[in-house]
Write a protein that binds this ligand. Sequence first.
Ligand code: ZN
Length: 440
Amino acid sequence: MPPFPLSSATPSTSAPPLGQQMYQLITTLYPICRSITGDGVRQTLQILQQHVPLEIHEVPSGTQVYDWTVPQEWNIRDAYIKNARGEKIIDFQALNLHVVNYSTPIHQTMSLEALKQHLYSLPDHPDWVPYRTTYYQENWGFCLAHNQLLALEEGDYEVYIDATLAPGHLTYGEAHLPGHTTEEVLISCHVCHPSLANDNLSGMAIATFLAKYLATVPRHYSYRFLFIPGTIGSITWLCLNEAQALQIKHGLVLTCLGDAGKFTYKRSRRGNAEIDQVAEYVLQQAGIPHEVIDFFPYGYDERQYCSPGFNLAVGCMMRSPHGRFPEYHTSADNLDFVTAENLAESYRHTLEILQVLERNRTYLNQNSKCEPRLGKRGLYKAVGGHATGAVNEMALLWVLNLSDGDYSLLEIAKRSGLGFDQIYRAAQVLEQHDLLQVVR
Ligand code: ZN
């Protein structure tokens, strides 16, 4: 079966451009209060189901997953702080970041001094509200702008959090697109952050539209898309699908792909896996500012996929890396921080990585003692200088010469300096003439 086409997914003329569609999806998902468990994740996955055939899995609280336990489910309905005059000075309904994620319920009146023990702000960015969580330690808290904190008057405050922390489930979404081989490409993104656009929603939007496109085209690899809560979600999936994980040949964690920063590719733990080579090549060929960084055991779910017991070839595709942009984990990571254009560009380069992966093969030259006569086979006429799409003679010669069962087409492209597409087309033609046999 041929791999999917090289042209990017072009939406039908009546649909808005892809970047706009992804931005629209982010706008829809932005107000939802997600967490590592709970109805926010369910509601999010149900919206994604309008685009991709997601299977929604529910794993009960208390399930042991390696060294971890699936936590109790958290749901929040409302929260606020009122001052002595009964005015709501903090309102969860206005911004869900105001409540520390996983806060336990409370309804109490307390002094400013007592309240301050539970307030979080960012003195360096006094107008932004931080994003805080307390997943694994029962506590409660509110986040607010530092300027607002400084302006709080002495007096009593009514604190109200209408939330439940109770046995329930951890929810995640999974889409499997079978291909010509059972070997899989994993695309993973986290779905556990509330109103944060770049960290969380951008990865979800790109993964969703990639799945939507890939579902419509022939595929060499099978594709597995995971929409999971960070850390506990990937640990849970790996624990419950250990055998399936062995089918993962390449993978990408997608995150922070909607901002204007340069691209950052974080290599897999292996460091020189095919996905690492392909991602680096695609970003180089794109001629755009980018950085390729080595694996380190922090960040997103690549930490789990690349744990030594799995050591999967999973890298992480980002623009500005987590923690390295000031808006990270604050209210400034909002709908103004991501753009349709940046999302479209991120989508394009991520798809290009998959397109190269789909085509990258290693061949054995079937006429390896001296060059085969190309003219006799009509291949000499196919030499470049004709229309676009013509086979380049140098590409034929490079592929023949380096196809010793060792060099992949990507490595031939790199060594020859010719484009991967030219090398791929040459290999196609040579294979049709029985001059190449695929090795892997
Ligand atoms: Zn985050």
